[in-house]
Ligand binder design. Structure first.
Ligand code: NAP
Length: 343
């Protein structure tokens, strides 16, 4: 298939590892992120989607708030017209935080479907567990005047609408994102349709071992965002204490041994550990290299152990804009004491 010109050499999609979801569905174990981080224009992301498909990507992680689903949809349409079948693709989208009301969830999904030119989504996620809107491109001090904490009864109203989307056959699976163990325990207790995935930040400097174990033990597949440490993330998500996994000496040494970029090591580690990384890239060479990293030349057990040892518990996407009252710190969003932070 050739739907774009210049690319790296392609990877045969059947050689890409797959994750088996609790429903029995198979999801490609690596996907392309599509968040332009407020600075990559929609047309460039859309071109990346086409280019990535031409080298073998079949899994695309979209969201309404990325502001590019219409452009990405034109690319998906071209990909499908080029002969790739709909059932060969895996497409995620997400409902944004100002659309948690029952009717809003359904309308948001229908809008994403229309923009993406699809008649169903493989996965629809609740993007954040907080119904607190902030505008794209805002800075770290931005707060919603009506900000609210996590209220489980409210989240379940949103989740009921998510379940209805499955009943309506608009989506095949539903999932959560940016959740914690105590929040997920309540959702697992009360859901009629359990989340099939939890999308969460995962990279060698932020391995979230407890949450990772929890979701695996509960039959929820972890999708790992910022798998490379998100070097292009928005200004609001940068802090002086942040680290850079691709520059870690352990990662660099392993990359040299395999003759690849450190990005490839982060992706191999993620795929072999069991999560599904969704690296973003608008560079055709990187698409092919990242996909090849997921499919070929695995890390040794020693290399996997060495990477397990470099976790720094360094969360990059801290979520300050979701804080709901004065005097809080971003840790309050993440229930670090094992209990949901009190309103
Ligand atoms: N659920 C959520 O709340 C949430 C939050 C954040 C992100 N996400 C999802 O996760 C995706 C990935 O996260 P991210 O975009 O923040 O960060 P990322 O994937 O960790 O990093 C992307 C950056 O790495 C560079 N890169 C990619 N491949 C490379 C390679 N082989 N060599 C060197 N550099 C490389 C890219 O530059 P080039 O473009 O030049 O290759 C880009 O600047 C997002 O796009 C989005 O879909 C979800």
């Amino acid at each position: 298939m050739s739907i774009v010109g210049e690319t790296g050499s392609p990877v045969d999609p059947p050689t890409i590892p797959q994750r088996r979801l609790y429903t029995g569905a198979a999801m490609p174990a690596v996907g392309l992120g599509t968040f332009g981080s407020d600075h990559v224009p929609p047309a460039e992301v859309a071109a990346a989607v086409k280019g990535a498909a031409s080298v073998g990507y079949r899994h695309f992680d979209c969201a309404s708030v990325y502001g590019n689903e219409d452009a990405v949809g034109a690319s998906l349409e071209a990909i499908l017209r080029s002969g790739i079948k709909r059932e060969e693709l895996w497409v995620n989208s997400k409902v944004w935080n100002d659309k948690h009301g029952e009717e809003d969830v359904i309308a948001s999904c229908r809008k994403s479907l229309a923009d993406l030119r699809l008649n169903y989504l493989d996965m629809f996620l609740v993007h954040w567990p907080f119904p607190n809107y902030h505008p794209p491109g805002c800075d770290v001090t931005s707060r919603s005047p009506n900000a609210k904490p996590y209220i489980h009864a409210d989240y379940m109203k949103t989740w009921r609408a998510m379940e209805k989307l499955v009943d309506l056959k608009l989506v095949r699976h539903i999932g959560t994102s940016n959740m914690t163990i105590p929040k997920l325990k309540l959702v697992l207790r009360d859901a009629r349709i359990k989340p099939a995935v939890n999308e969460m930040e995962l990279h060698p400097h932020f391995q979230q071992p407890e949450l990772f174990r929890f979701v695996m033990q509960n039959g929820i597949q972890p999708i790992g965002f910022c798998p490379l440490g998100s070097p292009g993330r928005p200004e609001r998500d940068r802090a002086p204490e942040d680290s850079e996994p691709m520059k870690d000496p352990v990662i660099v040494r392993i990359a040299e041994r395999h003759g690849i970029h450190p990005a490839g090591v982060c992706i191999k580690w993620a795929v072999q550990r069991g999560q599904t990384p969704i690296p973003f890239s608008v560079n055709p060479r990187n698409h092919a290299a990242n996909l090849r990293a997921a499919a070929e030349d695995p890390l040794s057990d020693d290399e996997m152990r060495a990477i397990a040892g470099i976790d720094r518990n360094c969360r990059l996407i801290k979520g300050q804009v979701f804080l709901w009252k004065e005097g809080q710190t971003w840790e309050d969003l993440w229930d670090i004491n094992g209990e949901i932070t009190q309103p």
